[in-house]
Design a protein around this ligand. Structure first.
Ligand code: TMP
Ligand code: ASP
Length: 238
């Protein structure tokens, strides 16, 4: 059946979500916006939407091939894709293989320090509160998830890390850390959703440690499009 784009459901910082004629399918359009520090730094970069859409689609397809179910259905155009509708769980699940970013600042550990084992941390997805780091007890106080759902998300996230690390390793990119979002589908099952791109991951080129992710924008240390294009070319050729 042909899927038709209907009214706008939600507009976020980098994506617009539309309903479709199918109740359980959403239409996503990537924008050229880039934001950092909870929207304090903001720009339009022509060409960014295409790269985010293409990279995220490619990664979700590769995850699917490796048995990691996710919301991605198909790419529609350079900047649009279809996804399964889920109710997003208000958590940003961060997995870290190497210390960087907020963890380095918060704990005073040098950026680049390799963690003996990957670690997970949770942020409460709430712009007004600035997405604070939260504990497992807080997740229960806020009634976001039950114990068994938290365990399931932890297990899935570490598994996704292993698969993603392989995908990036082959492309000579080090997966430093990344953020995942999960949702509940119509059956109440937990499904990987949102996007996986250089906006949501820290990606360092193997050997040189050249930054190939949004840190080039956050820290003004390079050209975002050049970095994202490198990621896309490296992933695509493998
Ligand atoms: P952090 O160093 O700011 O905690 O971020 C860790 C990783 O998670 C990094 O790859 C960026 C990603 N991330 C997002 O994509 N969105 C967010 O809101 C947060 C907090 C992190
Ligand atoms: N939530 C932040 C944002 O405004 C994350 C970041 O700084 O990348 O995009």
């Amino acid at each position: 059946m042909e899927i038709i784009k209907n009214e706008k459901l939600y507009e976020g910082k980098v994506k617009i979500i539309y309903k479709t004629n199918e109740q359980n399918i959403l239409w996503i359009e990537y924008k050229n916006s880039v934001t950092a520090f909870n929207g304090l730094k903001k720009d339009e970069i022509v060409g960014k939407a295409i790269l985010n859409n293409k990279i995220s689609s490619l990664i979700f397809e590769k995850l699917n091939e490796k048995g990691i179910e996710n919301h991605f259905i198909k790419e529609l155009s350079d900047t649009e894709q279809l996804v399964k509708k889920v109710k997003i769980i208000p958590l940003e699940v961060v997995i870290r293989n190497i210390v960087a970013g907020s963890m380095s600042v918060r704990l005073g550990i040098e950026e680049g320090t390799i963690l003996e084992n990957p670690i997970i941390d949770f942020h409460y997805k709430n712009d007004e509160l600035n997405d604070p780091l939260i504990t497992l007890s807080h997740i229960k106080v806020l009634k976001i998830l039950e114990d068994d759902q938290i365990k399931e998300i932890e297990k899935k996230s570490f598994k996704i890390n292993e698969v993603l690390k392989d995908i990036f390793d082959i492309a000579h990119i080090t997966l430093v850390d990344f953020k995942l979002e999960f949702g509940l589908d119509e059956k109440g099952e937990i499904l990987l959703a949102d996007e996986i791109s250089p906006d949501t991951c820290r990606l360092w080129q193997v050997d040189t440690n050249e930054r190939l992710d949004k840190d080039v924008y956050r820290k003004n240390i390079g050209d975002l499009l050049t970095a994202y294009e490198k990621v896309y070319e490296k992933l695509k050729s493998k």
